[in-house]
Design a protein around this ligand. Sequence first.
Ligand code: SER
Length: 881
Amino acid sequence: MKKSTNEIRQKFLNFFEKKRHVIIPSSSLVPYNDPTLLFTNAGMNQFKDFFLGQKKSNHPRIATIQRCLRTGGKHNDLENVGYTSKHHTFFEMLGNFSFGDYFKKEAISYAWELLTSQNWFNIPQNKLWITVYENDNETYEIWKNIIKVPPERIIRIGDKNNLKYNSENFWQMGDTGPCGPCTEIFYDYGAQILKNSLEFLENKNNRFVEIWNIVFIQFNRISKTKIISLPNKCIDTGMGLERISAVLQDVYSNYNIDIFQKLIKNISQYTIIKDLNNVSLKIIADHIRSCAYIIADNISPSNEYRGYVLRRIIRRALRHGHKIGIKENFFYKLVSNLISVMGDAGDILRQKQEKIEKILETEEIQFSHTLDKGLKILHSEIEKTHDHILSGKTAFYLYDTFGFPIDLTADVCREKNIKIDYISYESYKKKQREQSNIRKKFYKNYNEDIIVNNTCVFQGYKQYKVKSLVQFIFVKNVSVKKIMPNEDGIIFLDTTSFYAESGGQISDIGRLYNEESCFIVQNTKKYGKTVGHIGKLISGIIKVNNYLYSEIDRDYRHSIELNHSATHLLHAALRKIFGENISQKGSLVTDTHLRFDFSHHKSIERAQIQQIEYIVNMQIRNNILIKIKELNLEEAKKQQAIALFENQYQSIVRVVFINNFSIELCGGTHVKRTGEIGLFKIINQSSVASGIKRIEAVTGQKAIDYLHKKDNYLEDISLFLNCNSFYIKEKIKKLTVTITDLEKKISILQEKENISHIKQLIKNIDYVQDIKFIKNIFYNYEHKLMKKIVYQLKKELKNSIIILININNNHFTIVIGITKNLINDITAIKIMNIIMKETNGKGGGKKDIAEGGGVNTKKLSIVLKNIKVWIDTQLKKNNYL
Ligand code: SER
């Protein structure tokens, strides 16, 4: 009986337990504390410090089954997935490790015993071949003399390109880190007996599969050119579970092992494709595994780093789903089957199933909006390419506008034998990065680097105007004694009524003044423990040690407060509706509106938006007195005050109570009673990132203004449609029906017009040699219709060349059609190229049909005059007739 993959996993562990190894769990796919590594790519990663001698392991012998991902960095298999039988993004690696305990002889003997012993995997010995690092004689001798492998089946592999240690038999974790020579065991899938190493090398990439790599970790690579010896000699072995399963289940492709067959079958129910060897099915089966495990290890799709790897894999899988005609959101539905298929290794997924499904579903919904559109564009651009190269501009456009990762675009291109102009793609990306850096710099406070050593007492919770002493003045980032009229600068005071931007609340504006001078404060920012008043002096001179009044703009502050208190009400309402698990992810409180980001995986229905507005407005109408207390953190927690998990709080915290409805830690400023807010209206909701929703709202007069604006808008539309505003929908429905009717009528008329054109053109037919030749110029016709005429003529007239031109204002378009019998002698694209060359236009197409256009109508008329002669010459050249 063949062993299932789940049994093989268990057998491996049993074997090494017998050999006194301690079994420890797989580490996360996200390497702990190792910035050199994107994802865990080998069983040895979690033991890096043990190998390097920086930490000591409690157990000198360990065995693991490690989740691995090879999608970037030194080991990257993403592109191969689906196209070879042996590559995966995600795979499980069986490994045994020795930290200064056993070394070469035991490691090799263990591997040989497990693979070949009748009690274990029972692989015939003559099916196994061995490679060793070229000058590693010790290992060679062990295989030959102790294990008794015939020498013709032990192959020495040296360095490539004369670079030391640049060999398949010298394993390195990454650009730096533990490394050493290795010996690999290959399984021979062939039937015919091979005799020597030469034959092995010739066949290495197809009939032989590397199943086990035994690395003798002895070195640490510390830079590209420097390798140093390690204090202990260690063993790191790795055997891909999927590969050994394929061997033991007597199948060649990993995709034919039990696990993958079950996954592929399950996926196939969503498509009409029934061939289980379909590449897209394999890719999806591979990708659902990597995506589910990455999310289980707490990574969410994003545009950066690990999150972007995840996003790229998800999107690639979705594209393959699209390719095999899957119409519904399907990817997240594969998770439950995956969990059951993976046996013990599925436990970690089971614990996080809901989260994994939600994240995948959200990402799928989000991407499905752009996938279809982007693919249409990509396919049409591919059609247009002349040189089998997709421009960097298109690849970048797809990336920037439709969220197409470059490897998704490359995947589509690869199927059509098209290459991408990566250099130009990268330069577009670079340009975009530079522009965004410029923007960032622009928005960054230009004075952020100033260091000021004083403390400013904020009195603005209670007072709008306080008397303050000028302690420092900065002009152009330099500390000065005085500031002159019309100069921009920053003034630091001992005490202030100005709230400095923080906790999402924007800063106050106002003025600093005394009898002689006035400084307009446009912004207020925190600088350590003090506050910088940023602005311009409009009159007088202000000097250090002057006394001033710091007075805020009260109306402006009040508008901010409406929005801040409304934000608390909104936050509480969201928790009431969506549950206490939603958490704040960002907030902006300004004088004009508020914005609140929070974690929530599902989309928000219109009814829910109205419910939120209902709850918040109810609290506003209740006109609750807002109480603010200073409590110690423990007490605040007891009151179940909402706090931001990421924030570090002082031991005494400020808590804002709106009855029991909302209790929240907050340093901001608020209205006295909720009634002051007047009205709360949500004006927008969106999704800012996967699983993060954004609500934008207005309050007070701004909310009324917003409703008025909407009213006016409706009123204008109803005037325009000449109906009451409640009948707009009906009216538009009727108009749509009328338009569809009219479009149908127009298209019938156009057909008729086209038919009469066709008749006319046939009547005036000309000849080049014995070929029917039609050339005609239309004015202000539709290109689409003209194209139809060409297709129709091509069908009706055998042996013909048709060139139709449409001149519209100052530009022209052309369609050229040639019947297929002629394409060996002359092609549509060739004629098009000639016309385009002369007119400086742009065109493309195939041998029998081509389209193009340009603006130089003068040159066009010249080239058209001569085109018949040119065609005639071409035909003669090609010995037509
Ligand atoms: N680290 C080696 C590999 O990944 C053996 O485990 O192949």
